[in-house]
Write a protein that binds this ligand. Structure first.
Ligand SMILES: [Zn+2]
Length: 331
């Protein structure tokens, strides 16, 4: 493919990691990214037409974006996980293969990349696109585990068996490269850990966090109510019991400040634009600030204009009356 053609087709991918970013991947990220390869392997065994796009590690696990004739739902997780377990048990090595750009294009064209074998009528279209984003001079590599070959720069764990414990967590819709004009894909999320203890701890922590959610506890204890319809989320309406707590906290704050020699001042909740420019908020945080309000002085201006218009209208109508009356003289 001509260089020129390549540049025209390849849209930048905001999710693409540089080789430097990749070198910094932690052991846990390597486990999780490797688990994304294993997830793809399992999905292909169940639905061989699946086309994979991008499968990075993320904060609490990993995901892999794919296009597939079957719409994956959480009910499928058990059988996908069963296939994943087989791949992990097989303890296949993640074998790195460095190839030429021509070879990679040829393999993508026959559907081999992101596949368990060649799929002549089903080219690896996303891999072909991702291939075009690899800068000239950067090595092109595959990683192979069992029959699954993926276009990938790594790094991974040594063998599939190094993925200690994993779980698929959810599936959602995602646009290819986050572009809403692009194809819509299925994004399957999962997480993986070094061992089952760490995995169990993670899910226990999530359960605990749900159980201890202050929004839930606060409502149950009758401290506050949140009315999303009339007020808004994150804006508690303090009930009598909660108000006692708020006031006690304020009292403690005042006493502590007083003891430390502070004196209190009071400022308005709002200020003019100029103040937020001086403070440096407006140039950087305008998007996360409340929108500007029209203040009374502008209303006063408007009132003045409205009064002036009313006066002019009265003059006009007076003038018209005088002009229409035969008895009237010159003003
Ligand atoms: Zn990889």
């Amino acid at each position: 493919m001509a260089e020129e053609n390549r540049n025209q087709q390849a849209q930048p991918n905001p999710e693409r990691k540089t080789l430097d970013d990749r070198a910094k991947m932690t052991e846990l990220e390597r486990i999780r990214h490797s688990c994304a390869h294993v997830t793809a392997t399992a999905i292909l065994r169940l639905w061989p037409d699946a086309q994979f796009a991008y499968g990075p590690p993320v904060e609490n696990g990993f995901y892999y974006d794919l296009e597939c004739s079957h719409r994956i739902s959480p009910e499928d997780f058990e059988k996908i996980e069963a296939e994943m377990k087989k791949e992990i048990k097989a303890n296949n090595t993640f074998e790195k293969l460095v190839v030429t750009r021509e070879q990679a294009i040829a393999d993508a064209s026959t559907g081999r990349l992101g596949g368990l074998g060649e799929r002549p009528s089903n080219a690896s279209k996303f891999k072909l696109d991702l291939l075009q984003q690899i800068p000239e001079g950067e090595p092109i590599s595959y990683f192979k585990n069992g029959d699954f070959i993926d276009l990938c720069a790594g790094p991974h764990v040594m063998r599939t068996g190094n993925i200690g414990a994993f779980k698929l967590t959810s599936v959602a819709a995602a646009y290819y490269k986050g572009d809403e004009k692009g194809p819509q894909l299925q994004r399957i999320y999962g997480t993986a850990f070094k061992n089952k203890t760490a995995l169990d701890e993670y899910f226990k922590m999530i359960e605990e966090a749900k159980r201890r959610d202050h929004r839930k506890i606060g409502a149950e204890m009758g401290l506050f109510a949140i009315d999303t319809e009339f007020v808004g989320p994150g804006m508690p309406l303090w009930l009598p019991k909660g108000t006692v707590l708020v006031e006690e906290l304020e009292k403690l704050a005042k006493e502590t400040e007083f003891a430390a020699g502070y004196v209190r001042v009071r400022t308005p909740h709002l200020a003019k634009e100029k103040m937020y420019k001086t403070s440096g908020h407006l140039p950087y945080y305008a998007e996360s600030m409340f929108p500007k309000m029209e203040m009374d002085e502008h209303r006063a201006d408007r009132k003045e204009i409205e009064q002036r218009i009313a006066e002019l209208e009265k003059q006009l109508s007076d003038h018209a009356k005088k002009a229409g009356s035969p008895a009237s003289g010159n003003p």
